[in-house]
Each structure stands twice: as structure tokens, then as C-alpha cells.
Ligand binder design. Sequence first.
Ligand code: SF4
Ligand code: SF4
Length: 213
Amino acid sequence: MPISLGVEAVGALVNRFPELCGGCGLCEKACHKEAITMQIKALKGMWRRLPEIDLNKCIRCGYCAAVCQSGAIKQGVDTLIKMLLEEKPKYVVFYCNWAGLLGKELELLKNSLPQGCQLLRVMCTGRIEPKQILELLRQGIKGILIFACPLERCEYQLGNFRLTHRVALLKQILKDAGFDSERIEAVFERLDRDQVEAKIKKFIGKIERLGLQ
Ligand code: SF4
Ligand code: SF4
């Protein structure tokens, strides 16, 4: 069933705002399920190049939203980040919903985490946008740790693989801007609860030694 921009797909965590679309086609390229095709359509009396999404093919991975720079396709992560910032955290730990034991272990860890450390569950680490990470840093977050699934185990096939590229890019951007690239770290292993706790504490210890205000 093809749908047009402007219709919210049930359960997709993706809201679409066609009037913002610039017709770049990046979402079509990002979709590894070939669920998006760019079409010429009329919108408010003008012919526009807009994506059409086939919900039968769409697996709700959110990769289209992660690459859309205009805000025409959005995902729930923005809202989650907004809520999280209200807690005024110093550290943010993202983790994948599908990370199995890791997810549960992190939930149990919530109360024993160092002060100022906030967890944020996402449906796939491939949904985390570079601009979201940069915004967190701009808002004063000292360090961002991301627990992804092992590379060959992504629920949506490619999410954590994409994350590897994004983290590399973000580290370079930080470096070029004179910041410490160690402030972002991604982990692609299955860890038990003790290992996760140790990893978070080690990461925070490393960032604290940077002496950031
Ligand atoms: S990536 Fe965003 S701006 Fe580009 S075509 Fe898709 S919806 Fe439109
Ligand atoms: S959510 Fe994933 S599968 Fe669905 S249209 Fe976007 S990129 Fe394609």
C-alpha cells in the first residue's frame, strides 16, 4: 500500500511533513528495502518531487528519517532527546531496543548509574542522526556512549553498520572543531550487566579526566 508524505504511518515513529521536502531523494537512497520511490506530485497547487512510501515494504527502521536534513521525515528520537534534556544530564547512553539482554541489563542498571548519566533507548542505533549528537554536545552533554548490537546482528540489517560511519564522521567533525573526539564512543559487543556497568563508568572516568566544564 503506497502512502504519500503527509500521512503518518502506524507504528513507524516517522512523521512526514511534505511541505518541508526539498526533493533531494536521500531518503530513497537510504532505504535498503526499496520502500521509497521519488514521484512527481501536486502539492498545494505546485508540482513537486516527493517520496512515496510503500508500507508493505517498509520495516519502520527510520533510516529515511535519519538522513532527511529538511525535517520532512522525522522520528521519535527528537522528542526523546527533548525529554531527556529536561533531566539536565551530563552523559547520555543510547542503547538499541533489540540489544536483548543488554537492554534489560541497562534498565536494571538505571538506579546504579553515576549521577548525571541518562539512558535513552532507540529502536535502532542507525536512527541516531549526526545532528542529534551534535545538538546534545551543544546543549552541554560531556560524553555520549552508544551500545549497538554486534555488526552482523542488526534487527534492521544495516543500522549499526551505518552507525560506524556516523561515529567516524562525528569524531572527525569534533576533531576539526578543536574538541576531543573521545567524547563519542560506540560499542558493538554483547556485554553482560557487570561489563556494561564497567564500560559506562570507564567512559565517564575518561571524559571526567578531560576536565570539561
Ligand atoms: S530526504 Fe527529506 S528532503 Fe530529501 S526527498 Fe526525502 S523527505 Fe524530501
Ligand atoms: S522506515 Fe526504513 S524501510 Fe521504511 S521507508 Fe524509511 S528507510 Fe525504508
